[in-house]
Design a binder for this molecule. Structure first.
Ligand SMILES: [Zn+2]
Length: 274
């Protein structure tokens, strides 16, 4: 779609002029910050998997809500056990935290009052910390790791829980960017937990009363020593159909969240956080 001048319609900040950005905030002042990561995803998936998956999801969310999409950093923070694997490029936790804060401070100057961090890569241990600090500064910021929003349907769609480069992640890729997937190189592999799984809740496990979540301790062995292909799970079970079903629920639930904020706090309303 183009406007009268021939300029292509886009929901992304980086495609708009500054005055278009300011005008947009008068209608919808919710801005979504996609958080990416560059991480090995086995032999069969690209290192940009966790970033690439965000773009089509967010474009549909913006189309249905009017939220502003902010430029996406391709790098992100990583838990300790991801480090040192070739192909993975972690930001230090402090760098990631500082980057998020700088983005929120800069974008708010254009009239955006509500922020949602959106990601599917396990970096909530940094975002949860950061949103509390931003709240103290007066910014309204939510941290959404999309797996949390679909735990109730995960096992209706997939045989296995969500881990890494597995049935779920590969299904998302087959649905959203099959051109970067090579299923002939997909292999099943399992990680070595440092604690028995009876004590650790996985990313998509529902109704768990275990003492720890997967990101609440050094519960996994260093992957560069532990894994050969770089997979935790069984990607051979993946299909594009499973990916499509999963993505649809993620998008629908994000649309509900954005619309709820829009109704509760109309454009121009700044929410008191400090
Ligand atoms: Zn991933």
């Amino acid at each position: 779609m183009t406007n009268q001048s021939g300029k292509k319609h886009s929901h992304w900040w980086q495609h708009k002029s500054w005055d278009e950005i300011v005008e947009h905030a008068k209608k919808c002042d919710i801005a979504i910050i996609p958080l990416g990561s560059i991480e090995q995803h086995g032999y069969h998936l690209p290192t940009g998997h966790d970033t690439l998956q965000l773009f089509p999801m967010l474009e549909e969310i913006a189309e249905r809500t009017g939220a502003m999409l902010l430029p996406c950093p391709w790098y992100g923070a990583h838990p300790h056990h991801h480090h040192n694997f070739p192909g993975t490029v972690p930001l230090s936790n402090d760098t990631c935290r500082a980057m998020i804060k700088d983005i929120v401070r800069g974008v708010s100057l254009a009239g955006y009052n509500k922020f949602i961090l959106f990601f599917g890569h396990g970096q909530a241990f940094v975002t949860n910390y950061t949103v509390q600090e931003l709240g103290q500064e007066g910014y309204y910021v939510l941290s959404v790791m999309f797996q949390n929003s679909v735990r109730d349907v995960h096992h209706d769609i997939f045989e296995d829980p969500f881990w890494h480069a597995d049935e779920a992640e590969t299904s998302i890729a087959l649905h959203l960017f099959p051109e970067y997937v090579d299923m002939s190189r997909a292999v099943k592999e399992l990680a070595t937990p440092l604690l028995d799984r009876q004590f650790v809740t996985g990313p998509t496990q529902e109704k768990s009363c275990k003492p720890l979540r997967f990101d609440e301790g050094t519960v996994s062995a260093p992957e560069y020593k532990d894994l050969k292909a770089g997979v935790v799970g069984d990607p051979t079970k993946a299909t594009a159909e499973k990916g499509e079903k999963y993505v649809k629920v993620i998008v629908d639930r994000m649309v509900d969240l954005v619309n709820h904020i829009k109704e509760k706090y109309p454009a121009g309303v700044k929410i008191e956080t400090n």
